[in-house]
Design a protein around this ligand. Structure first.
Ligand SMILES: [Zn+2]
Length: 613
């Protein structure tokens, strides 16, 4: 893995723009459950515990650039017990080869798989293990990142490490086809904990910094062997591909602060069955899933997934699928009685044509700076101004494509808001900021349309006010801009014969304060409140109390769903969160996301008894 100089830059999720939670996260997250039986480290992932574990997300290019898609799929799973952290990896590969047989040689000169682990998360004395398809190991410890003057200690060996490879195909034989190679490892926790803080000892809720990488060289077959393709000008091999779990956004894995997180759960991978006591509300209780686009799924794949959804009692999906995919998938969803709504990102917009042609459509901060040139928090935080009539026309024109799709049940609005003037508190440390009041760089919108509209209604220019962030009229004015935009969009969808729902922040107390959503006044068919307790230092009780606040604030005819963040909920937590949501009067739950669900999370849904086989 290359070690390039880097500039400091805050760790941050945003790169996964295909599945964006409607609020910030940093890096990937994997919940690691306890084993329920022995794991035999032989490279064959046939233990029942592996079967019940969820695969990670597919690896992506190290830069996070969605345009550079890996052409082979790579995924991992993790489990733990008192003695070991277990790793399973599956690397799809059409040409499996390896040459290095000596331990601690530079394994990434072959195609390899790499694990990076920093248990106490301080970036000091972290571990790196590389392995090729021959099973040759290079394990080393880094005193700190190279850019910070770190030294690799190659002589360090992980005592008691167990590792095995299985090859689906034939190693170093171009004459027969290959499909994948698998790695199974058991890392002794005692060794990993050596010299580490006791606080990072594996236990419920403890998190370790972790990342995985795969090096893939460009090869060709010459004679009876694989050879690296050389560049005709330099005479050197073509640069390797680096595919990773949590992208570091530059070709350098040694940025521990941008790795993902492994969270230990004390829950067993096969726990006691789940039961729900509250029968009364179950009949109208709805289970929704947020889902990615899955544009490449065949009709047969949709058929099997949606059939599973019906068996688990899923009511509907909120999908990022394009119009073309929707048209193909909806008839299958209808067959299984699954509702489909288009997941529609409303105000956040990074369309380069729009930015070039209509810069005046984007929100402007109290510092007078456009979110185009000065986005808050992350580079893609560019938002349209809800007060601008042309923006409203533009949004409706974008909806037209979906309103014309037969069988689509509705539109699901997301990012229907201003940029966060205050971030959820658990994210402040990610950005190194304290937002104890509304600071100017995050306070929107002071564009000419807004200032003019406010002056016409209230006779004042918000920028001329000494403390505009404290003005009650100015605050209400902005709540009203989003509300009246939703009024228009709701009308538009209803006239087009579709339902409309929205993902909103908790509250409405919190949502009014953080992102200017007064959603209890919006004419929606369903409200989904994103109760991501991990962003607010909230407990599972907090999910219940926020649900109750929302239900009380809403017109009783509008159901409120609790939006639950699966990566931060063990199956047992999910069970508790659902029970508390039911008790607080929720009309259902919406899970973020389908892709994060483990088999045990599905067991929880089935226990609600809504499924049809
Ligand atoms: Zn504006």
């Amino acid at each position: 893995m290359k070690h390039l100089p880097t500039v400091f830059f805050l760790a941050w999720l945003g790169i996964f723009a295909f599945i964006l939670p409607a609020q910030a996260q940093d890096g990937r997250h994997y919940t690691c459950y306890r084993t329920s039986g022995p794991i035999r480290v032989d490279g064959v992932l046939n233990e029942p515990d592996w079967g019940k574990s969820a695969w990670s997300e597919d690896f992506v290019d190290i830069t996070g650039n969605p345009g550079q898609r890996p052409w082979f799929r790579t995924r991992i799973k993790l489990l733990w017990d008192d003695e070991y952290l277990y790793l399973a990896a599956r690397l799809e590969e059409s040409d499996i080869w390896a040459t290095i047989k000596k331990r601690d040689e530079v394994i990434f000169q072959d195609n390899d798989f790499e694990l990076f682990l920093d248990p106490d998360g301080n970036g000091l004395n972290y571990y790196e293990i590389e392995v090729n398809a021959l099973g040759t190991i290079w394990d080393l410890m880094l005193t700190r990142a190279y850019k910070a003057g770190g030294i690799p200690i190659n002589s360090w060996d992980m005592k008691g490490l167990k590792s095995a490879i299985s090859v689906n195909g034939s190693l170093n034989d171009p004459s027969s086809p290959d499909s994948a190679w698998c790695i199974e490892m058991a890392l002794p926790i005692k060794e990993l904990m050596h010299g580490k803080s006791l606080l990072s000892r594996p236990a419920d809720g403890v998190q370790w910094r972790i990342n995985f990488s795969r090096v893939e060289w460009h090869t060709e077959i010459r004679g009876t062997a694989y050879h690296k393709i050389t560049d005709s000008i330099t005479g050197k091999p073509r640069p390797e591909e680096n595919w990773v779990w949590s992208p570091t956004r530059e070709v350098n894995m040694h940025i521990p602060e941008r790795w993902g997180r492994l969270e230990f759960s004390s829950a067993n991978i096969s726990p006691e069955p789940f039961h729900f006591k509250t029968e009364g509300q179950k009949n109208n209780f709805r289970i929704w899933l947020w889902m990615g686009a899955h544009e490449l799924w065949s009709p047969a794949q949709w058929d099997s997934v949606l059939k599973e959804f019906r068996a688990a009692g899923v009511y509907g999906i909120l999908t990022q699928a394009s119009g073309a995919t929707l048209a193909r998938m909806i008839p299958i969803a209808n067959k299984f009685g699954i509702k489909v709504e288009k997941w529609f990102i409303a105000m956040m917009n990074n369309d380069t044509n729009l930015i070039r042609e209509h810069p005046d459509w984007f929100v402007v901060s109290r510092q007078g700076k456009s979110s185009i040139t000065n986005p808050a928090y992350v580079g893609y935080y560019r938002f349209l101004c809800p007060a601008n009539p042309e923006v409203r026309r533009y949004l409706k024109s974008r909806l037209d494509e979906y309103l014309s799709i037969p069988g689509l049940d509705g539109i699901h609005l997301d990012y229907i808001r201003y940029p966060d003037v205050i971030l959820p508190q658990a994210l402040w440390s990610t950005y190194g900021i304290i937002q104890d009041k509304e600071y100017a760089p995050y306070d929107y919108c002071y564009c000419s349309t807004c200032r003019e509209k406010f002056r016409a209604a209230y006779g004042a220019d918000p920028l001329a006010m000494e403390h505009p962030e404290q003005g009650a009229d100015w605050r209400q004015f902005r709540l009203d801009q989003v509300s009246s935009l939703v009024d228009e969009l709701a009308d538009y969808c209803h006239v087009g014969g579709k339902r409309i729902s929205a993902a909103v922040f908790p509250g409405p107390g919190i949502s009014k304060q953080l992102v200017r959503q007064e959603w209890n006044r919006w004419p929606l068919d369903e409200v989904i409140s994103m109760l991501y307790q991990n962003c607010y230092f909230g407990s599972l009780d907090w999910i219940g109390s926020e649900t109750a606040e929302g239900v009380k604030a809403l017109n009783p005819s509008v159901p409120l769903c609790s939006g639950l963040y699966i990566p931060a909920l063990t199956p047992r937590d999910l069970h508790t969160a659902i029970a508390k949501s039911i008790a607080a009067g929720a009309g259902g739950i919406t899970l973020f996301t389908y892709e994060s669900m483990t088999p045990m999370h599905w067991e929880v849904l089935k226990a609600l008894g809504r499924g049809v086989e």
